[in-house]
Ligand binder design. Structure first.
Ligand SMILES: [Fe+2]
Ligand SMILES: [Fe+2]
Length: 274
């Protein structure tokens, strides 16, 4: 039986600044009609849950209202950014912000199996961190690899591993940075067949070293070209992943009528002027 994951990402929901709630509700209606086996939010669930717990609570309620099976991964706006991310407005991840996220959304890394596949979700902001939980996450990765068997591996995390190659050396807030990337890849002794992320607010699908890398769009908004290059498609929507028992998969973007592609520069009250 094929397992269908509806991946939503970068929903940026808020209690006091609900600019992107209408898009979430509209896309949620499409998800309810499509009845996936799982709805997975790959982070930036909230507008600013790293600073305002009310955003975490409001976002959780909106997800629960979908009435569908849910899993979450944290993004930088939910519990702070990676400690090695330069120049971000939100504070870096710490134990308190992480604990607050966990109270509302459950574990920030996890692993589950469906026929033909092992699905491993990671907290991208913990990669390269000096928090004790970073080592616990690494132990969980090792455990997931040890029991992989003949299954295909799907890796889900908020930030893409890289733009074009695993060898690129730029330190950015946009991708997993070179040192933690190298370390993560060294822990994955079987290469993932599928690497899935959010964070960039663009849909892109590429193939590199036998793996398919799928970037989910935001359900909320896109960033202007002067702030962020065009890597792929700057449109809102979600991604459907069909994981087949034979270890193959199909992933494609779904655009939902009535959920317009909003532009962050039209919402200066969200994060300030762009
Ligand atoms: Fe985001
Ligand atoms: Fe993000």
């Amino acid at each position: 039986m094929t397992f269908r994951i509806a991946q939503i990402s970068d929903t940026h929901l808020s209690e006091t600044k609900p600019f992107f709630v209408d898009n979430f509700v509209r896309i949620g209606e499409a998800l309810r009609a499509s009845k996936p086996d799982l709805v997975m939010n790959t982070g930036d669930v909230t507008l600013d849950g790293a600073a305002h717990e009310g955003d975490l609570a409001a976002a959780r309620l909106l997800h629960d209202a979908l009435g569908l099976p849910l899993r979450f991964l944290p993004g930088n706006h939910d519990l702070g950014d990676a400690q090695d991310a330069p120049g971000h407005r939100e504070a870096p991840i710490d134990g308190e912000r992480r604990a607050r996220y966990l109270r509302h959304f459950g574990p920030d890394w996890w692993c589950f199996d469906v026929p033909g596949w092992r699905v491993l979700g990671l907290n991208a902001q913990l990669l390269g961190s000096d928090l004790a939980e970073a080592a616990e996450q690494e132990a969980a990765i090792a455990q997931a690899m040890a029991g992989l068997g003949l299954r295909s591996l799907a890796l889900f995390l908020h930030k893409p591993l890289f733009d074009r190659t695993a060898e690129e050396s730029e330190i950015t807030g946009r991708f997993v940075n070179p040192l933690p990337r190298r370390h993560l890849l060294s822990l994955l002794d079987t290469a993932p067949a599928l690497v899935v992320s959010g964070h960039v607010h663009q849909y892109r699908e590429t193939r590199r070293d036998g793996a398919r890398h799928v970037w989910a769009p935001s359900t909320a908004y896109v960033l202007p070209d002067r702030r962020q290059p065009r890597y792929g498609l700057k449109e809102v929507g979600y991604v459907e992943h069909a994981l087949r028992p034979d270890g193959t998969h199909d992933s494609h973007m779904v655009q939902v009528p009535g959920a317009p592609t909003l532009r962050i520069e039209d919402f200066p009250q969200a994060y300030g002027p762009v």
